[in-house]
Design a protein around this ligand. Sequence first.
Ligand SMILES: [Zn+2]
Length: 145
Amino acid sequence: MLDMIEMALPIISRAILGELLMTKEARTRQKIYDDLASDDQFSSSLLVLKEHLPSGNACMRINIDATRVGNVARFINHSCDGGNLSTKLVRNSGALLPRLCFFASRDTQEDEELTFSYGDIRLRPKGLKCFCSSSCYGILPSENT
Ligand SMILES: [Zn+2]
């Protein structure tokens, strides 16, 4: 019986599924989600991935909205201490879009919640509340989309 996930084992090898959005639509939806979340009764899963190209002069932006449609990865919560998962963009040969894959960043017990850091920047001082059990900042990371 597997009772521990060993470090560096891919946890979820499938990409986060959701709607692929143009940046303008992602920004519009983020404003709507921010308004809906003001009463703490709504939670969105809008993820912005930025892949820096090897030259360092450009960045590819991918907007994935798994709020209405998505796979199990959209339920992985944030942890202010970085959690037990790390993320890595992985690109299959010839694929236009990379996949966001999760890897164990440390040994994880069978009944331990899987979490990762949504980011370090908190632009909204009255942002969404964080309920992680680590040394918590009290609000979730947020950036301007
Ligand atoms: Zn927290």
